[in-house]
Design a protein around this ligand. Structure first.
Ligand code: PFF
Length: 452
């Protein structure tokens, strides 16, 4: 592959590598674990519609803004904003991003750990002959125990840290590039199986037919949070990745392609899950365990289901890894560049801190099941804080910064690669980041938390 970023700072090397790494960050548990369960709890089709509008009108503009900031400044999220706006309070965006990264890493590794355990269960043929009720019980007793979930969470965090230490090119790019296309194929085959189960149509109706009576300010905020979480926006992960992009990357195309791939995978996950949920006579609002309870059923009803189950959970674990490395990279890039720490030391510090908070998340259904903050357990509290508060606020500040603080010429330079590319839809983009996105995010946020 052509070496297009030969500078001293580590960076991505090929066009496909760039899109794959950014898509690798976006596509993860957010699409396959979180999307179906949030749709299921929020009543289906109407949520999907709101979610898709947010991706288009708010998500893509925030993503593009992050790429612009990152590639222009070539620094970590905090350092990038500080170098564009020295002596101002704007770099607080970077600090919020670091906090969000820790919070997400803590609960993300819980679910990734569950996924690793399900790799183990599928290899040891642990679903065999179990009906829907038995699989629900299996999951319920696993999630509320302590040892295995914690063990797998630590395995996952250590794997993440290992790839981070290996560095951007050797680590992130290599893994993302090879594996994402496989996940897509596997999901398609799951969709086909789910759609041919008796009673599958009800699942499609649930997912695609909007019932607007299900919509309220909390559901709208949760759609915004899901859009932000799924696209990896609002905490500087894509500022950080943007800083590794070479001069020749077409930022607008990359933002479109990544968002499209992300939405596609989420919808496919929905099409694989909901028909099965209805066919099995289960409830769509099964909560955080939805995919772990439903999919093992589907695998058992497929030819080659034993292999498909293994492949699915392995690929899901890898998708989770390519996302979690982008989360950890936010903190590690910050620590190495702002405090001159060695990459290895920065990674180990981040790992220990995330593992500490992560333990409390993982024990939310067991040891700490009685801890409740405003009606949410520890896990849900951290997920809500990150997805529905920190990411939307981060996204709001990022579009305000790009739209109102940065000079128009600087933005144009990044979008056209110093005049090489044609400027397309520039007025639309500026209008979205200056007016539409800030107003919409502010209204949704204030309404959703009940302040408006
Ligand atoms: N987008 C990832 C997913 O859908 O699983 C999660 C994520 C990664 C969120 C990076 C935020 C982030 F900065």
């Amino acid at each position: 592959m052509e070496q297009i970023n030969p500078g001293k700072r580590d960076g991505f090397t090929s066009k496909f590598g760039i899109v794959a790494a950014a898509a690798g960050s976006a596509i993860g548990l957010g699409n396959i674990w979180r999307f179906p369960y949030v749709v299921g709890e929020s009543g289906g089709g109407a949520f999907l519609l709101v979610y898709l509008s947010f991706i288009l009108l708010l998500g893509i503009p925030v993503m593009l803004s992050e790429f612009i900031i990152g590639r222009k400044a070539k620094k970590n999220a905090y350092g990038a904003i500080k170098s564009i706006a020295p002596g101002t309070w704007w770099p607080v965006i970077g600090i919020m991003g670091i906090v969000a990264a820790f919070v997400i890493l803590a609960f993300y590794s819980t679910i990734a750990g569950w996924t690793l355990h399900y790799v183990y269960l599928s290899i040891s043929n642990g679903f065999k002959g179990q009906d829907a009720q038995a699989l629900e019980n299996l999951f319920g007793s696993f999630m509320s125990s302590a040892t295995m979930p914690l063990f797998w969470q630590m395995v996952f965090l250590i794997l993440t840290a290992g790839i981070i230490i290996a560095g951007v090119k050797k680590g992130i790019e290599k893994y993302s590039k090879i594996l994402m296309p496989f996940l897509l194929l596997l999901l398609i085959s799951l969709c086909i199986r789910a759609l041919t189960l008796p009673g599958a149509m009800d699942g499609l109706v649930f997912l695609f037919k909007p019932d607007f009576s299900m919509i309220n300010p909390q559901v709208i905020l949760s759609a915004l949070g899901q859009a932000a979480f799924s696209l990896s926006i609002g905490m500087g992960a894509l500022i950080t990745y943007g800083s590794y992009f070479p001069k020749s990357t077409n930022l607008s195309n990359t933002a479109f392609e990544v968002s499209l791939a992300d939405v596609l995978i989420a919808i496919l996950a929905g099409v694989a899950i909901f028909p099965a949920v209805f066919a099995l006579g289960m409830q769509p609002d099964g909560g955080v365990g939805l995919i772990f309870m439903v999919l093992p059923n589907v695998f058992q009803q497929m030819p080659g289901g034993y292999i498909v189950a293994i492949a699915f959970f392995v690929l899901l674990s890898i998708a989770a890894l390519t996302s979690s490395i982008s989360i950890m990279e936010v903190v590690v890039a910050f620590l190495t560049e702002e405090f001159n720490l060695k990459r290895k030391h920065a990674t180990v510090i981040t790992l220990i801190a995330a593992a500490f908070v992560g333990v409390f998340c993982t024990l939310s259904w067991g040891t700490f099941e009685h801890v409740s903050i405003a009606g949410r357990n520890i896990f849900d509290t951290l997920d809500f804080t990150a997805s529905s508060i920190l990411l939307p606020l981060g996204g709001l500040l990022i579009v305000l910064f790009t739209g109102w603080y940065m000079v128009k010429g600087e933005i144009e330079e990044e979008l056209t690669n110093q005049g090489v590319l044609k400027l397309k839809l520039f007025r639309v983009f500026m209008f979205l980041i200056r007016f539409v996105a800030p107003v919409a995010i502010a209204v949704v946020f204030l309404n959703g938390i009940g302040l408006f």
